[in-house]
Write a protein that binds this ligand. Structure first.
Ligand SMILES: CC(C)(COP(=O)(O)OP(=O)(O)OC[C@H]1O[C@@H](n2cnc3c(N)ncnc32)[C@H](O)[C@@H]1OP(=O)(O)O)[C@@H](O)C(=O)NCCC(=O)NCCS
Length: 180
């Protein structure tokens, strides 16, 4: 069942719905991730995914949401998926930790969508009892670093040259947010 996390108005007046993902999102989620890859943006995925790969990924995501292991939040504007984000609970001694990822399609950035998705993930993470959120961000990703910092994330440290991109090696910063 689809869960609606919230409905908001964007800075350009359009409506934003934040909801859980569903199987019917498959094609739009594939177009979304492939548009980020094509753009060459600051994410780990660096080659376009096939429909089969996306279907496997989505099936696993939906199963993990069902099991309560993942919180999934998609952003929908004018009935179209324009952003995706998730927090996945760690295992064993890291079961209190949520690993976070977020992305917004290029034409929809700087409208407040990323901030709304992150606030929702933080609230939901607290609600399910997570104590710590962690994420990795490219040192060159000034916008993402700004948004994480604005929401209270702190930088734990930098791993030099951790990502090999088409523009050369990039350092990766681990950030964290304590939820207590
Ligand atoms: C990072 C990302 C998720 C943020 O989402 P978004 O919807 O664009 O973010 P918002 O509109 O909520 O906020 C953008 C903020 O960054 C600021 N910003 C924009 N460009 C900036 C830059 N180059 N340097 C610093 N801040 C910048 C905006 O002014 C705004 O600040 P404010 O909230 O204080 O007004 C989104 O841009 C994205 O998906 N980027 C590509 C993929 C990616 O980088 N994912 C994260 C990987 S760790």
């Amino acid at each position: 069942m689809v869960k609606i996390f919230g409905e908001f108005q964007l800075s350009d007046g359009r409506g934003l719905v934040l909801r859980s993902p569903r199987w019917e999102d498959l094609d739009e989620l594939m177009s979304f991730i492939n548009s980020l890859v094509e753009e060459g943006t600051n994410i780990t995925v660096n080659r376009k995914v096939t429909r089969e790969e996306e279907a496997e990924w989505l099936a696993e995501l939906l199963a993990n949401i069902e099991k309560g292991r993942t919180i999934g939040v998609v952003a929908e504007v004018d009935g179209k998926v324009v952003g995706n984000s998730e927090v996945t609970r760690g295992t064993g001694s890291q079961s209190h930790v949520g690993f976070l990822g977020v992305g917004v399609a290029r034409e929809y950035r700087d409208l407040g969508i990323g901030t709304r998705m992150l606030k929702t993930l933080i609230e939901e993470s607290r609600r399910i009892g997570l104590r710590l959120l962690v994420l990795d961000v490219y040192a060159t990703n000034a916008r993402a670093r700004h948004v994480y910092k604005k929401l209270g994330f702190k930088e734990a440290g930098t791993v030099p040259n951790m990502a090999c991109t088409k523009n050369g090696y990039v350092s990766v910063i681990r950030m964290f947010l304590e939820l207590d």
